[in-house]
Design a protein around this ligand. Structure first.
Ligand SMILES: N[C@@H](CCOP(=O)(O)O)C(=O)O
Length: 507
């Protein structure tokens, strides 16, 4: 199967090329030329398979230039061998909140306690194999913009991987203290981390500009280096995320929660860059019985407004919230959805994306909007409501969730009430461990909360109050040495990248 660019459907590259490059040269995102289809009989078979077997089946349908052995090797290296709790990468917790059938799909049992591990434990294996396939002897310099979770997961995935270097940019005041510490203490000989004076959108725009800067590319080329990406703009990052939606549905079938052929589920995803919910959209298009895709946002509700009105408008205040991984106003993966909904109209997509960078706004056509309304429900909640939801689930279900998951639960309640749909089984994506956001979570559940306690005291307190274990990777952070404390302005990101590449030059 080949991959086209959303901004030039004439471009056609192999999956190895798409994964190696990360982003198309003109700034478009790679998308598969067609989606494979899975039948009910496939789901019946998959329900008896392990997560790794399910992943091999789904990945094989997309990565036609990889052998079955290669895919199996990549998948096993990613998900087995103790990287995830009990070799169960994506367990489901069942909540019976009132009449609602809520299933929390916990995607944070990997080495960095966030859902990004599900893809970023696999991507380095796919990427190194892809580089061999395209016969590249270059070092891949992985550029990452992060609002907290991707950065750490990418660093952990790529640390000391031969033939790669990784540079992560995060907003200085836009990640949680624990996320910052996770990144700044990262071990490995090929890793660099830099805070920027700006927000996540500045970091992401800066990275995209560097990718498409001909002068920087020329300098890298001369030095035997090429760029790649570990953000969800890279197809190799998005593809593994499709797997867990299939896997969750199969688990519900196997546990008897899905009663009949074709029974539909809702999927609720807290999202900022639209990658995680896009993976659910692809799963639906591939045959997974999904009723509504529910898009949950925080106060940065640009996606809520877009999915409701068809107008994307980033000209609004940027809010720093307690769910920082979703503090995003430019959602990269919407471009892939729109490419699909317009029937692969790359001219239209290029036009809208140009409008977005010149005026910060575009409006999609009525027929696109009505397709969106069929597929999606969108809602948002602010920080106060997020904390209320954490407290409520904790008190009624004895279940402790993080701030992003709480946004999803809150928006699901809005949906269930508005649409009178409390019966449809609903998978709520739980994206991070509550311990990554100990301050806000403790504040929500404990009357003893002390704002002036240190982050690690809050972690201890959260565990004491709730009786939940502190994840080992979080507990170990306190003793780790801070290795990175550089802060740069957003226009100096290019220089930081060249420095990481070991190239002396002023851009
Ligand atoms: N939420 C992300 C922002 C980047 O999103 P990605 O899915 O494109 O990597 C983060 O935590 O960094």
């Amino acid at each position: 199967m080949n991959y086209h660019s959303t901004r030039n459907s004439g471009i056609s590259v192999s999956s190895a090329q798409a994964i190696s490059q990360g982003i198309s040269k003109e700034g478009g995102l790679f998308v598969p030329e067609k989606l494979p289809h899975f039948l009910y009989s496939d789901l019946l078979e998959l329900q008896h398979c392990s997560y790794t077997e399910r992943a091999v089946r789904i990945l094989s349908a997309f990565l036609s230039d990889f052998t079955a052995e290669e895919i199996t090797e990549c998948v096993k290296s990613a998900y087995t061998g103790g990287k995830f709790d009990q070799d169960m990468p994506a367990p489901i917790s069942y909540l019976q909140n009132g009449k609602m059938n809520m299933y929390l799909l916990e995607l944070w049992h990997g080495p960095t306690c966030a859902f990004k591990d599900m893809a970023l434990q696999l991507l380095p294996h796919l990427l190194t194999k892809s580089l061999k396939k395209i016969q590249s002897s270059k070092t891949a310099l992985i550029l990452v913009a992060t609002s907290g979770d991707t950065g750490k997961a990418a660093l952990e995935g790529f640390k000391d991987v031969d033939g790669t270097r990784i540079q992560v940019f995060y907003p200085e005041n836009g990640v949680s203290p624990m996320q910052k510490r996770q990144m700044n203490t990262q071990e490995g000989s090929n890793v660099s981390v830099c805070a920027i004076e700006g927000n996540f959108d500045d970091a992401q725009t800066g990275v995209k500009k560097i990718f498409t800067n001909p002068e920087i590319s020329r300098l890298l080329e001369q030095n035997g280096i090429m760029f790649s990406s570990a953000n969800s703009i890279n197809w190799g990052r998005l593809l593994p995320q499709i797997v867990y939606y299939f896997s969750a549905y199969c688990d519900l079938m196997a546990n008897g929660e899905i009663d009949y052929e074709g029974e539909k589920v809702n999927i609720v995803v807290p999202t900022g860059n639209f990658g995680n919910i896009l993976a659910a959209y692809y799963a639906k298009k591939m045959g997974l019985p999904v009723k509504k895709l529910i898009c949950a946002s925080n106060a940065n509700n640009v996606l809520t407004d877009f999915l409701n009105t068809g107008v994307y408008d980033r000209n609004r205040d940027f809010h720093t919230t307690i769910s920082p991984s979703m503090d995003i106003l430019v959602s990269s993966n919407l471009e892939r959805l729109l490419y699909d909904l317009t029937g692969n109209n790359s001219e239209k997509i290029t036009g809208w994306m140009n409008e977005l960078s010149s005026s910060g706004r575009y409006k999609v056509d009525e027929d696109i909007l009505s397709q969106i309304h069929e597929l999606f429900y969108a809602g948002f909640c602010d920080d106060a409501a997020t904390k209320e939801t954490i407290k409520e689930i904790y008190q009624t279900e004895n279940y402790l969730c993080d701030t992003h998951t709480a946004v999803a639960v809150n928006v699901y309640h809005q949906y269930a009430e508005a649409e009178q749909d409390e019966e449809t089984p609903t998978i709520i994506v739980s994206t991070a461990s509550p311990y990554k956001f100990a301050d806000s979570v403790l504040n929500a559940v404990s009357s003893e909360y002390r704002a002036d306690a240190s982050e690690f005291e809050k972690v201890q307190e959260l565990s004491a109050v709730t009786g939940t274990p502190i994840p080992t990777p979080i507990a170990e952070l306190e003793a780790k040495k801070v290795r990175f404390d550089t802060i740069c302005s957003k226009d100096k990101m290019g220089e930081a990248v060249l420095k990481t590449a070991g190239i002396k030059y002023t851009v």
